[in-house]
Write a protein that binds this ligand. Structure first.
Ligand SMILES: *[C@@H]1O[C@H](CO)[C@@H](O)[C@H](O)[C@H]1NC(C)=O
Ligand SMILES: *[C@@H]1O[C@H](CO)[C@@H](O)[C@H](O)[C@H]1NC(C)=O
Ligand SMILES: *[C@@H]1O[C@H](CO)[C@@H](O)[C@H](O)[C@H]1NC(C)=O
Ligand SMILES: *[C@@H]1O[C@H](CO)[C@@H](O)[C@H](O)[C@H]1NC(C)=O
Ligand SMILES: *[C@@H]1O[C@H](CO)[C@@H](O)[C@H](O)[C@H]1NC(C)=O
Ligand SMILES: *[C@@H]1O[C@H](CO)[C@@H](O)[C@H](O)[C@H]1NC(C)=O
Ligand SMILES: *[C@@H]1O[C@H](CO)[C@@H](O)[C@H](O)[C@H]1NC(C)=O
Ligand SMILES: *[C@@H]1O[C@H](CO)[C@@H](O)[C@H](O)[C@H]1NC(C)=O
Ligand SMILES: *[C@@H]1O[C@H](CO)[C@@H](O)[C@H](O)[C@H]1NC(C)=O
Ligand SMILES: *[C@@H]1O[C@H](CO)[C@@H](O)[C@H](O)[C@H]1NC(C)=O
Ligand SMILES: *[C@@H]1O[C@H](CO)[C@@H](O)[C@H](O)[C@H]1NC(C)=O
Length: 641
């Protein structure tokens, strides 16, 4: 597969592949090789044994050589300031040993390693003390992007921080060897936490050369990995690392934030022996995750021909639905498994982004209340997602149909609410990722043959970092009626925006009414949440209950569910309960429920009966007018099922 023409999701997988074979050791493939039993090999092994003690004896910085011409091995071992003799010795030993193993026959090799602090080991056939060495070099970066809307502000803080750190670093040119040319700095950046940066040069180079080395690293990073959330550049003469959290060594605190969108590898400039990986992390968890993603990704690729055969070449009779991103077809694999194939429209650029998003997000998810992604296919222009086939269509198909609704008794609705709750709970906190679905609605809840709900459509889902709670977007996507006010008016979303949508879903499931059917109810401007709120104020919540729910003995339970729904749609997102709390409240009837505060998008009674003539009360978000005038509008169209 030609790297140049690879579609980005495949590039992503290719990068993951190379990340597994490429570790942080840098073997210079251009400097020459030696034979396993040669004198050079022996000399290097000899240094390996004594280097650590020599470094500690020399206060953390040692340059020496071993052997006779032409088999002399030159070596440097150096620890960052703050490393005690024992820790330094251990770091040098580990680093040296890993270099010998990863670069078995390259005469020249180096790496910077260390968890609590940094240490450097460099082997070479040529003497190099006092010489600036820029190559080989290696870049590691965090694959998660800075949000586009924050990028400009972020860049200016970043640029200033890099140049400030560099300036103060080259001033440290008279102190002891280890603290010479060592600097770390912090700068707060709006919308994120602090940016932390660490820079170090080897003490043997001049301050001009040190500066040049770091400038090259900063430039390289800016050119090729601009907009990422962290990075490391390793060169024989200098080290650069920056992150959105504090760290001290190279590999401490490194977490692998899940890729919210796969990185597009930029081709390195010709002839530069850079190895580009998206591996900001070493450590067991990272590799486990990586292997997992890889294993999943490998196992789920379908041949286009297989899918053409399964769907009778995407015949019209197999079409299940049509959405903005493409069509959905029913298909049957050779082994008899029924599938739903989402075929992304070839022209839609937007669709491609959603596609990558969906594969990356869904491939990692396994829960019985989430629709399972069986695989994908990317061949030529075709972008296909293969899902398990869910036979009983979607919740809206039953709920909003006067006849089919009758089949949904309370036990069934209760089961559906419970399943949706567990599915969202998994997304929000149990899946190891924090995922905001962003488009929960009745048509995205599919029903299996036992009428168990399965949440579908992750095209708009967002993965949050574990410590991230809120994000802003300038592109508000979703479905009006299900979107909370802070999202519609400020583009702000969080797990609490999903909670709002979930609340609307509960109220719809119990009432069997679309919120839009309240449009002009009783001649007033109205929507579902407003209607339910009025019933609450009137102490007549029972009026909401769909008359086809006949189980009188369950009345109190149904009322309790409405009450929980009202807690979910409260205007202030901080007041809305989390999904785990909701799960508790739904399953434990002894928990006393809070009194709900008014919902978001509450329409106060006005004298006018024409909804479009209704004046907004002062202080109400102006978006109310359009939330109301847009009926049934999914702003970003999502494939219906
Ligand atoms: C490097 O030296 C250490 C300490 O003597 C030893 O345990 C290790 O096996 C050596 N590594 C190699 C590759 O020879
Ligand atoms: C390191 O120290 C030992 C003595 O402990 C010495 O024999 C050796 O030559 C020194 N140099 C190197 C490069 O290890
Ligand atoms: C270097 O070592 C690798 C693996 O041990 C081997 O495949 C390769 O042929 C060696 N190269 C040279 C030039 O000896
Ligand atoms: C140390 O840094 C100062 C300020 O950057 C510079 O003027 C001086 O020449 C440097 N000294 C050495 C030895 O590099
Ligand atoms: C989101 O935008 C709001 C203003 O609309 C701002 O107060 C908030 O700090 C922003 N949050 C993030 C995480 O960028
Ligand atoms: C950012 O750094 C400043 C010191 O420069 C510190 O006071 C503050 O607590 C840091 N903020 C975070 C979120 O770490
Ligand atoms: C599907 O259509 C393509 C051309 O559009 C054709 O080459 C292929 O043989 C067809 N496959 C099947 C299973 O009908
Ligand atoms: C049929 O094939 C699909 C895709 O390879 C696989 O996920 C499924 O488990 C298979 N089903 C059976 C019954 O073998
Ligand atoms: C759901 O699907 C199963 C299997 O296709 C079918 O037997 C059942 O009747 C369906 N249920 C409803 C309520 O349509
Ligand atoms: C009401 O809900 C439907 C989905 O059931 C949605 O498409 C529509 O936009 C909502 N309308 C209002 C006014 O909230
Ligand atoms: C509130 O209660 C009164 C009297 O019980 C009733 O007439 C009125 O229709 C109720 N309003 C709503 C919105 O249910």
């Amino acid at each position: 597969m030609a790297k140049k023409s690879c579609v980005s999701i495949l590039c992503f997988l290719i990068i993951i592949f190379s990340a597994i074979s490429v570790s942080a050791q840098t073997c210079d493939e251009t400097a020459g090789n030696f034979k396993p039993d040669s004198p050079y090999a022996m000399n290097r092994r000899l240094i390996n044994v004594t280097l650590a003690s020599n470094v500690t004896v020399h206060d953390g910085n040692f340059y020496g050589w071993m052997g006779l011409d032409p088999d002399i091995v030159y070596a440097v071992g150096m620890c960052s300031p703050g490393a005690g003799p024992e820790a330094c010795s251990q770091c040098i030993q580990d680093t040296s040993d890993s270099l010998l193993k990863s670069c078995p026959n390259q005469t020249d090799s180096f790496t910077w390693l260390g968890e609590e602090f940094l240490c450097l080991v460099h082997y070479s056939r040529k003497p190099f003390s006092g010489v600036l060495i820029l190559e080989p070099s290696k870049v590691l970066y965090n694959s998660v992007d800075i949000e586009k809307e924050n990028l400009k502000e972020f860049d200016s803080v970043w640029d200033e921080l890099m140049s400030r750190t560099m300036t103060s670093l080259v001033r440290n040119n008279l102190s002891t060897p280890t603290s010479k040319y060592y600097e770390n700095e912090i700068a707060p950046v709006p919308g994120y936490k602090n940016i932390s940066v660490l820079m170090q040069c080897t003490p043997d180079v001049s301050s001009e050369d040190c500066k040049l080395c770091l400038e090259k690293s900063v430039d390289y990073y800016k050119t090729l990995h601009h907009g990422k959330r962290g990075g490391i550049v390793l060169r024989p003469s200098c080290f650069l690392r920056w992150e959105l959290y504090t760290f001290s060594g190279v590999f401490d605190h490194i977490r692998m934030p899940p890729p919210s969108s796969p990185p597009l590898p930029s081709p390195p400039p010709s002839k530069t022996p850079f190895v580009v990986t998206n591996m900001p992390v070493k450590g067991k968890n990272f590799f486990t995750n990586l292997m997992l993603v890889l294993k999943i990704a490998e196992s789920v690729q379908f041949d286009l021909k297989t899918i053409e055969a399964a769907t009778s070449n995407f015949s019209a009779s197999n079409k299940l639905g049509q959405g903005g991103f493409g069509e959905v077809y029913k298909g049957m694999l050779m082994n008899g498994t029924e599938v739903a194939v989402k075929r992304l429209s070839k022209t839609s650029r937007q669709g491609e982004v959603e596609f990558k998003n969906e594969v990356v997000v869904v491939a990692k998810l396994q829960h019985r209340n989430l629709v399972k992604l069986l695989g994908f296919s990317l061949q030529g222009e075709e972008k296909l997602l293969v899902y398990e086939f869910i036979p009983n269509k979607s919740l809206d198909y039953f709920l909003f149909d006067p006849k089919k609704r009758i089949q949904l008794d309370w036990t069934m609705r209760c089961n559906i609410i419970g399943g949706i709750t567990r599915g969202i709970l998994y997304l929000h906190q149990d899946s190891r990722l924090k995922i905001i679905h962003r488009d929960l609605k009745a048509s995205n809840i599919l029903l299996d043959s036992d009428m168990n709900p399965k949440i579908a459509d992750f095209g708009m889902a967002k993965i949050f970092g574990m410590d991230q709670n809120v994000a802003n977007t300038s592109r508000v996507v979703g479905t009006f009626g299900y979107m909370p006010p802070e999202y519609v008016t400020h583009g702000q979303f969080s797990i609490k925006s999903d909670v709002y949508s979930f609340g609307v879903l509960i109220l719809e499931i119990i009432s069997g009414k679309k919120n839009s059917s309240f449009y002009q109810m009783e001649g007033l401007v109205n929507n579902l949440v407003t209607y339910v709120w009025r019933l609450w104020e009137n102490k007549s919540l029972h009026e909401l209950i769909d008359p086809v729910i006949r189980e009188e003995s369950k009345r109190d339970e149904v009322i309790r569910y409405i009450h929980i729904g009202l807690l979910c749609v409260q205007e202030n997102s901080a007041e809305r309960p989390t999904m785990s709390r909701i799960h508790q409240m739904l399953t434990t009837s002894s928990i006393t429920l809070d009194v709900p505060l008014p919902p978001g998008f509450l329409f106060r009674n006005g004298p006018q009966s024409n909804p479009l003539a209704q004046r907004l009360e002062p202080g109400e978000p102006t978006s109310m007018s359009f939330a109301c005038s847009l009926d049934e509008a999914t702003i970003t169209d999502v494939s219906p099922r």
